[in-house]
Design a protein around this ligand. Sequence first.
Ligand code: IMP
Length: 483
Amino acid sequence: MSLGRLLDGVQTIAILCNQWGDTGKGKFSDYFASQWADVIARGTGGNNAGHTVVNDGKEKVFRSLPAGIAYDHLGKINVLGNGMVLDLQVLSEELDELQKEGMSYNNLLISEDAHVVMPYHISRDKAWNQTQKDGGIGSTGNGIGPCYADKIARRGVRIGDLFDKDLLANKIKRASAFYPEHKLDLEEVLSRILPLAEKIRPLVKDTVVHMQGFLKRGKKILLEGAQGLLLSIEHGTYPYVTSSDSSLNGTAAGVGLSAKVVDLPLGTIKFPFMTRVGGGPFPTELGSTTAEEYCGGEGITKLFELKKYRIPYVKRDGGIHYDCHHRTILNLMNSKDPFEQGVGIRLAASEYGAVTGRPRRIGWTDAVAARYAIEANATFNIILTKTDAVAGAEHFRVCYGYKQGPSTLTTFRRAPQFLRSVRPSYSQYEGYGDINSLRDEANLPQSLRGAIGDFEKFTGSSVAIVSVGPQPDQTIVTGEAGR
Ligand code: IMP
C-alpha cells in the first residue's frame, strides 16, 4: 500500500472511529504501526475496547494494549496514556499471553497517571449498567464508568499510587466507602494487586514527558483511538456513551498532547452498513426497537443465531467458523423484513463483540451522523471499512436525512429524544457481489463508487482508503485523498 501524498510531512496520525465503535480501527492501527510509526499510544478507555487484527488468516484481539505491541521487537514504543483506565488483572493476562506467543513488551510505557479499575468498580458497573434492564445502558461490564467517576471525583487510585502500600491502602479505603454494597476485603485486594503492580513497575513512567520528548525528537507518533465519536462522553448520544472522550481532543489529551499536533486525523466509517453495541438511539437500525431489545437480550450470541437459522458451523482455535456467504444468510440479507435483513448482515459481516461476544445492532450507514462526527473529530480523510461484507445484498442504502413530521432534517443532534423521534430518509443503490480481491478504485462496482461520491459530497470529506476485507492487503487506496 502506498499512501503517497497523504503522508507527506506527517509526524502524528490519529486513527479515530466516526461511529459507535467497532469500525475496524485495528486493521489500520496495525498497518501504520508496522509500516510507519515509531510510537503507538492509546489515550482513552481500557479493556472495554477490543480491537481485532487479522494477519495471515490469524485473528488477534487486543484489549488494553495498542495493536502496535506486536512490533515491540522492532523497537517500536507503545504507550498506555494518562487518560486510560487499567484493569491490572486483564493487563497482566495480556502481557502473559504475549510472552506465551513469543512476543516482547520491552518498550511498553504505562502512565503513572492512568487510573486503576478496582473490584468495586466492576461490581457496581455490572449491577447498574451491564444489562439494558432497569435503565442500564448496556455497558461492557468492565468497571469503566465507575472508575472514571472516581477519577472525576478526585478519589481514584492511579497507577503511580500502587508503589506506596500505605498510601494505596488509604486510598482504597476512602474510595471503597462509596461502594457500600461491595464487601471489600482490603488485605485480599492488596495481596492481589501488589504482585501485579510489581510486575509492571519497570514500565511505569510519566509518559507525558516521554510523549512530549518523542514529538520534539521528530518521532512518528500514531494515536490509536478507542470506541467512537458517537460514544464519546462529550460528543456522543449521552447517556448511552462510554465514560471517556473518544474524540480527537480526548485521545490527544489522554496521551498528554494537544490535538493541534495531530497532522493527520483519519476517521474510520463502516460503509454501507454500520453497527452499535449496547443500548441507545440508532435511527437507521434495521428492525428498530425490536432489534435493539433482541440484541440486548440474554443468550443472544453468534452460536445462538447460527443454530436458530440452521447455518452449519465448526468450532476451531477457540472460535466459531461458518460460511458468511451461506445461502440462508443471503436470503436473510435480502428479506423484506428489516429485522431479518439486520440478522443477515450481522451474520454476513460476523458482527459480534470481539471481547464480549454480544451481537452488534445493524443499520445502514447514517451520513447525517457521520458528517457530525467527521466535523467534531476533524477527520476529513476517511477510511471506509467492511465494504465487502454486504456482498450479495440486492440493494443497499445510505441515510442522508431524518424525517420528522413533514420535514426532512439534515443536521444531527445527539439528544436521544431527538434521534428516537426521527425516521431515516434514504438513497438506495444497487447491490454488488464479491469485492474482496479488488485492489484498484477504478474496479469498484459503479453503484458503490456512486454511493461513495455522494457520501463524500454530503459529508465534505475525502475517502482515502476503502477496506475490502480483513487482511492487510485487502485495501484500496484512492487517488485523490486530502483536502
Ligand atoms: P462502557 O464503556 O463499558 O462503560 O460501555 C458504555 C457503552 O459503550 C456501551 O453501550 C458499550 O456497548 C459501548 N462500548 C464500550 N466500548 C466499546 C467498544 O469498544 N466498541 C463498541 N461499543 C463499545
